[in-house]
Design a binder for this molecule. Sequence first.
Ligand SMILES: [Zn+2]
Ligand SMILES: [Zn+2]
Length: 166
Amino acid sequence: MNQPKSTFRSEVAIIPGIAWWLALLAWVLVQVILVVIVPHHAHPKDLPPMPVWALITVLGGTILGVVILMIGYVNADSKRRGMNSLLWTLLVIFVPKALGFIAYFLLRKPLMLPCPKCGRAVGADFRYCPKCGHAISPMCAHCGRSIQSDYVCCPYCGKNVAVVAS
Ligand SMILES: [Zn+2]
Ligand SMILES: [Zn+2]
């Protein structure tokens, strides 16, 4: 089955609203901590010069915000791929050095596609729709292997399969 095309924009669109709010909140919090609280308690000599400190503040908040958005993305993306969404969300949060993210992007399943008959989302490797029993990838009636719907003869056993409709 062909995977639907995904663009950066369509991927960003699946990030849940709550993740955007949390990212914004985290960004504001970092600014408050680094602009108001830290300079108030630290000796000015212990802090880097003002332009560097401003850069650290803005960048730090932005990086934290992006990480939160990526956690939101993994949460939504794993759900639509029929993976264990809670497990993967926890993994990307708690596995250090972004290893959880790397593992996720290496191991994630292909996107689920709608069943041609009933529309239920089915895994890319499913042969039958779990809801209506529709044969998603047609099989040879003689040897049971997956074939294309336009095949007349099975390429595996050579029998005539024109009668087996998908
Ligand atoms: Zn179906
Ligand atoms: Zn066959």
